[in-house]
Ligand binder design. Structure first.
Ligand SMILES: [Zn+2]
Length: 1008
């Protein structure tokens, strides 16, 4: 009634007679005790590539796809913040921020510095991108965060306080304890948790928790974590981009549609509703969404008015805030919070919509990122040994490319195709430059430049073979029948001594392999099968635009070893006799009457195949006395096309609609190649799946190499290809998958620890991301599978593990990418479905003994030998070159439970060193113990001047971070725990670093 009365008054007198007056909005509000405080957090969620590439988003091109221009966001934030010092904004993605920063004049930079210093603009999260949490490996997450954090530190002398992972599709334990607590964040916020979990948490006011995600590090690495009630957007009706249709707050009485009371009421109602599901009287409104604030003033104008009128009204208190201010308010409330352990996977946003497809989407890109990640780690070591040459090639552009690739629409496989190609292009450019660094470093070391320090024109030209996986390696494909020798440098980026079988393609069969002392090395020739020649010929043209003449006929395999952080050199030359050929035997379908068994494997591990069907039936390890029935097969899920309820399987979502076993129907069941080093079982599973199973003499596991594709689509149905491994293990619904490549988390089929799961997708809802591996066990036996890239996987039935290896789909799943995941490769104008070549590894142990292999071999998979090739006339390589090298003291190796994650020369000449304990508490009886590393032996030829321990992202001293750490109370008895163990301070004279289980320690080292 009152409103109506005023309208009439306005009509009678207002328009002509009320004097229009400037309104000074009061935006000074801080926190008011005793009231509901609505923290308005202005933000823009800027994807570092998704529908457009990162550069297109930055400059604002390709707007027919999406009207988004990040320059506009940052440009318009500056005057908007200057207009009122109470206004605040947060900025997240450093890839964009740094692009913008370098584009600005000194004046604008100074202004921005002031805004940052005053807290009006807060840089949070602070990595180059908002990384995905399912598909990235933790080492990549650390690297991309470090890159952003160190820039912020150098430029602004600041350390971001807040983890802001608002869009990734589920949240990993590693994100909580490692990339948040160990980075020094005070809190972590996100939006996407399972819809069933969310409903319960709203009921119980437990969206905000203390997340203690590491069993080993416990409360010492816990974090205050908040899931938003709905998403990372404002409450509905409070969107203020220029064209948004939320009602504006119209407070000019001279104009029609004055609506202040209605808008204030709506604001208060939304605030109260949120307060009803939130503990304490602080609620956060995320005022923004994807690529907003391109004209920042519209948002701030609206918020100015809301703060002014809502606070005049007085029922609730509205204020400009940031997640830091909000966190401090939560902390000051001195509440006890519910405890959360483990992680937030898998994520479903509604019934039948499990975001578990992206664990496997774009397996080629996922594999490429992993390969580049390992290469980057090794290349930085070699860059350090030689000394960083800032004027020449560096590893920096590979660092940038890898950082972008961790974005939650990059490695996740959820970008548009042209954007996925952009990520791959950047990686390839970065690789090219890093390759130069590696080659130059090998040349320098081989020509003794480290010792002489001479300003060398090194002469040795090393080449590398990034396409070795498709048997394309020009430097090894040379005619060795002349006097030419092929020199192979085998570099080991691990801190342990190591042996492995290397394989390179060769033309000649009359070859011999010698080590640098001239001693012959055991080798074996394996004919390259047609399936691989086809792959090589097609993909070398697809990648390089050319194919090199005829494909070589053989793989030359030989056993190589290398010292820790060092290399050995091998010489391949022509010989009078052929190298040891593999004995080849084919088993045909027609011989099926027999009940023969075919046993394969030159070492302890044997695989037994049935002579009838040619399938794997048994795994035997003669050393550990394990004998286990085991089967391995392929099948595919038909992808749901969404006809029933509009939810199709797509880039994000896995929605199977029935499955189809793939039974080999070939005439040739098996081709078995046997030799002294390795036995191979070749199986053409069907016309588009080829598999080689390898058993090495010196390795107690089986290696499966799969070539899958092009997945046929002519029947109009998408397909998601899985491999299954069955054994007689009574795992009773339990299995274990890693968190971002690190801690293993127990999973129970059709069960969630945090709520009573209503099962609607018994397959997709049991899928988890796998970066390192998956295992299951019973009282006797433990079966582990390790992977070479991130994939999705599960145990859908007892005794069974499965991995999804490839997927090709017809439909989009309506989550924004608006493209079917249908990857193709084109040669000239002909395109065909993408073929993926990858590996996984199987081992069976007595129960409780699998961790050693998972951890140490897992590290070898992540960091394979790095090979470089050169040619030499004559055979005096060793006498004129450094043929064997170790970056550490030759008598020293890192302990078995420790890995070096980072060895990198920084721009200021200091060195960044990261050491990681690889075992969890209780994981292994011998290795889950305190370990120590002697820095003097890691750096034998350098004088260590000062060692400073830092937080994980190396932007502050560890002690300083610990001093600032907020202490949170945990509800009930769940707060109690055993004392957490960590390594002690590093004595500046002894220089020994202790590492407790799962501890990662980061140091900046100053050499004099
Ligand atoms: Zn996003």
């Amino acid at each position: 009634m009152a409103t109506q009365f005023r309208l009439i008054l306005l009509f009678l007198f207002g328009i002509c007679c009320v004097e229009s007056k400037y309104i000074k909005y009061n935006t000074t509000a801080g926190i008011v005790p005793g009231k509901i405080n609505v923290h308005l957090v202005a933000h823009s969620h800027d994807d570092v590539g998704w529908l457009k590439t990162v550069d297109q988003y930055y400059v604002g091109s390709n707007n027919s796809i999406q009207g988004a221009c990040v320059q506009n966001v940052l440009d318009s934030i500056v005057p908007a913040l200057l207009a009122d010092k109470n206004r605040k904004f947060i900025y997240v993605e450093q890839a964009f921020f740094q692009r913008w920063w370098t584009d600005q004049s000194e004046e604008v930079q100074d202004t921005m510095k002031q805004l940052i210093k005053s807290g009006q603009l807060e840089l949070i999260n602070g990595g180059m991108c908002m990384h995905d949490e399912a598909a990235p490996h933790y080492i990549d997450m650390i690297d991309q965060t470090t890159l952003g954090h160190r820039f912020i530190k150098e430029e602004f002398n600041l350390t971001p306080r807040i983890g802001w992972q608002i869009d990734p599709f589920g949240h990993s334990a590693v994100q909580a304890y490692l990339l948040s607590a160990e980075v020094g964040f005070d809190s972590l916020f996100f939006a996407r948790i399972d819809y069933q979990d969310r409903a319960k948490r709203k009921d119980e006011k437990s969206l905000e928790v203390v997340w203690r995600a590491s069993k080993s590090l416990g409360s010492s690495a816990q974090i205050f974590a908040g899931a938003f009630p709905e998403n990372y957007e404002p409450p509905s009706n409070f969107y203020y981009e220029v064209n948004d249709d939320s009602p504006i707050i119209q407070d000019n009485m001279n104009l029609f549609d004055y609506n202040v009371p209605e808008r204030v009421n709506e604001f208060v109602a939304a605030a109260v509703a949120q307060a009803n599901i939130t503990r304490t009287n602080h609620v956060m409104w995320t005022m923004g969404t994807d690529f907003k604030y391109q004209y920042a003033h519209t948002w701030f104008r609206a918020m100015d008015k809301f703060i002014h009128y809502v606070n005049q009204d007085g029922r609730v208190n509205a204020l400009y805030s940031t997640p830091s201010i909000y966190t401090d308010a939560k902390h000051a409330a001195n509440e006890a919070w519910p405890l959360k352990t483990d992680d937030y996977f898998p994520y479903a946003d509604r019934v039948n919509a499990y975001w578990t497809g992206y664990f496997t989407s774009r397996p080629g890109l996922k594999g490429y990122v992993r390969t580049m990640s390992a290469y980057y780690l090794a290349a930085r070591q070699l860059e350090f040994f030689k000394g960083k040459n800032k004027a020449g090639a560096t590893t920096d552009s590979l660092a940038d490319a890898l950082a972008l690739a961790q974005h939650h629409d990059a490695i996740s496989g959820t970008s548009k195709q042209h954007v996925a190609s952009d990520y791959a292009k950047r990686l390839s450019i970065g690789y090219k430059e890093a390759e130069e660094v590696v080659s130059a470093s090998f040349a320098c070391i081989a020509e003794s430049c480290l010792k002489t320090g001479r300003p060398n024109p090194v002469v040795t030209k090393f080449q590398q073979c990034p396409l070795l996986n498709i048997s394309y390696c020009p430097p090894s494909e040379v005619d060795l029948s002349t006097r030419k020798n092929l020199v192979v440098v085998v570099y080991n980026p691990l801190g342990w001594k190591r042996e492995d079988v290397i394989r390179i393609p060769v033309y000649n069969e009359k070859v011999t392999v010698k080590d640098s002392e001239g001693k012959e090395v055991e080798s074996q020739l394996l004919p390259i099968q047609d399936a691989y020649k086809t792959l090589r010929n097609y993909y070398s043209v697809a990648y390089l635009g050319k194919s090199k003449k005829e494909a070589p006929n053989y793989w030359l395999a030989f056993s190589a070893s290398a010292p820790p952080l060092g290399y050995n050199t091998y010489i391949i030359s022509s010989a009078k006799q052929s190298a040891v050929s593999s004995e080849i035997k084919s088993f045909y379908n027609s011989e099926t009457a027999k009940n023969d068994k075919i046993e394969v494997g030159p070492g302890n591990v044997k695989l037994v195949y049935s002579g009838n069907e040619g399938n794997l039936i048994q795994y035997i390890n003669s050393r550990s006395k394990v004998e286990q029935s085991v089967e391995q097969s392929y099948s595919y899920y038909y992808s749901d096309n969404g006809s029933a309820d509009l939810q199709a399987s797509g880039a994000y979502i896995f929605r199977p609609n029935g499955s189809h076993p793939i039974d080999p129907q070939q005439q040739v069941l098996l081709n078995v190649l046997r030799g002294p080093l390795v036995d191979e079982v070749h199986q053409r599973i069907n016309s588009w799946i080829y598999q080689v199973t390898r058993l090495y003499k010196g390795k107690d596991h089986a290696e499966f190499e799969f070539t899958i594709g092009p997945i046929p689509m002519d029947d109009g149905i998408g397909k998601e290809v899985v491999t299954q491994i069955k054994a007689t293990i009574q795992n009773k619904k339990k299995f274990y998958t890693d968190s971002s490549g690190r801690d293993f988390i127990e999973r129970i089929r059709d069960y969630r620890k945090d709520w009573k799961l209503e099962v609607n997708q018994p397959i997709a809802g049991n899928y988890y991301p796998i970066n390192l591996g998956i295992y299951m066990k019973d009282n006797d036996t433990e079966l582990s599978v390790l992977v070479d890239r991130s994939v999705g996987g599960s145990s859908i039935k007892d005794g069974e593990l499965e991995l999804m290896l490839h997927r090709r789909l017809h439909e989009d799943d309506s989550r924004g990418v608006a493209e079917a995941l249908n990857e193709t490769v084109c040669v000239f104008d002909e395109c065909t479905g993408l073929t993926v070549l990858g590996k996984y590894y199987l081992r069976i142990d007595p129960s409780g003994e699998g961790a050693k292999w998972r951890r140490s071999y897992g590290q070898e998979i992540y960091s394979p030998f790095l090979l470089a090739f050169t040619e030499q006339d004559g055979d005096n390589w060793a006498s004129s070159h450094v043929a064997s090298f170790s970056g550490m003291d030759p008598s020293y190796v890192l302990p078995d439970n420790v890995a070096m994650l980072t060895l990198q020369e920084l721009d200021d000449g200091k060195v960044l060193l990261r050491l990681a304990h690889l075992y969890e508490i209780g994981e292994d009886k011998d290795l889950s113990v305190m370990s120590s590393v002697e820095l003097k032996k890691v750096f034998p030829n350098k004088k260590i001047n000062k060692v400073t321990e830092t937080n994980l992202s190396a932007n502050q001293e560890r002690a300083e971070m610990e001093k600032k750490r907020l202490v949170w109370k945990v509800e009930g008895s769940s707060g109690e725990e055993a004392k957490v163990v960590r390594g002690g301070a590093v004595d500046p004279t002894a220089l020994v670093v202790e590492l407790a289980p799962m501890e990662i320690r980061t140091f900046v080292i100053d050499f004099n």
